[in-house]
Design a protein around this ligand. Structure first.
Ligand code: SF4
Ligand code: SF4
Length: 314
């Protein structure tokens, strides 16, 4: 029998028992239950890429603004892989909670909130980076939904909570993180630019779109005009493309064709940047030298000719 390793990426108070889609659980949550909103008042919600798309659209803001206003960053592993959580107030209450009405973004609530009290487990066979999805149950004392009589298959609970669409769009990202983990810790911290790229391509779709539609990107990667149009129009297509792009950049899995002279062009562009930087630095140093000599006392001048140099004035 093959050994397996379990990762529990998005919930922590989980029972160790691994469940599958056919497992039946007792659970029901509804407005009016005695603990209504208790979970949202101690929210610890990690967001996946598609969660951000749904929430920024719901709130009518750009992904960049949404990230700044409604999320907090954390490190997902010792390499500093960036993760984000929903921001709460000082008491731990989710900022999306709309008083006694419940979740203010219910139709677009994140994956973790949909799954609760089920936790999605990404399970990988030893020697494989591919994940299999299984589940576990989160049982927290404040949650009274477990005492309800209703029995439901986990598979049916997923359908009821609208999780499948989210999983479909986040699955490749989960795989990507598992693959990164299975590669082991990086020797030394990964370059800041690759962490920034991971952050942008995972969460900040509007910024990533500008990056992909830039002249620089277009001259480097050979994609058709129709495909670029699709990336311009659709967040979902852009997200799928971001996974391809991250696999290429992080793991060298080439699926985005680069222009034949892309490397030479990049070196030429870099050279322009390096030349400009060197020129700027030379000018800066020359200006600093000029400034230094301008403020030195002139041996020929008298104190009266340079009143600013006098130790005191009248
Ligand atoms: S997003 Fe909604 S369901 Fe999730 S913690 Fe916040 S208020 Fe609760
Ligand atoms: S039953 Fe659980 S999930 Fe539902 S409101 Fe109560 S604490 Fe939250």
């Amino acid at each position: 029998m093959s050994q397996a390793k379990f990762d529990i990426p998005f919930q922590s108070a989980v029972s160790p028992e691994v469940l599958d889609a056919d497992t039946r659980i007792h659970f029901r949550c509804y407005k009016g239950i005695s603990c209504f909103n208790a979970c949202c008042k101690q929210a610890d919600v990690t967001l996946a890429p598609y969660d951000v798309i749904r929430l920024k659209r719901r709130l009518g803001m750009s992904s960049t603004d949404f990230l700044a206003k409604y999320t907090v960053p954390f490190q997902m592993d010792q390499d500093g892989t960036p993760g984000i959580k929903l921001r709460t107030d000082d008491t731990g209450t989710c900022l999306q909670l709309n008083g006694d009405e419940g979740c203010g973004v219910y139709e677009d609530r994140p994956t973790v909130c949909r799954y609760y009290p089920v936790a999605l487990l990404a399970l990988r066979e030893k020697g494989s980076a591919e994940a299999r999805e299984q589940f576990s149950l989160v049982k927290e004392p404040h949650c009274k939904g477990h005492l309800e009589a209703r029995e439901i298959r986990i598979g049916d609970y997923r359908t009821e909570q609208g999780v499948e669409e989210y999983d479909e769009l986040n699955r490749e990202w989960y795989q990507l993180i598992l693959k990164k983990k299975s590669a082991g810790p990086t020797v030394g911290r990964p370059p800041e630019t690759s962490l920034q790229l991971f952050f942008m391509a995972s969460y900040d779709m509007d910024r990533f779109r500008r990056f992909v539609l830039s002249d620089n990107f277009r001259s480097t990667y050979q994609l058709t005009d129709d495909f670029y149009l699709e990336l311009e129009r659709s967040d979902e297509e852009l997200l799928r493309f971001s996974y391809r792009f991250l696999r290429q950049v992080l793991f060298g899995e080439h699926s985005v064709q680069e222009a034949a002279d892309a490397w030479e062009k990049r070196v030429a562009e870099r050279k322009e940047v390096w030349d400009a930087r060197r020129e700027f630095e030379l000018k800066r140093r020359a200006a600093a030298e000029d400034e230094k000599y301008r403020h030195q006392p002139d041996a020929e001048s008298t104190p009266d000719q340079n009143p600013g140099d006098r130790p005191c004035c009248d």
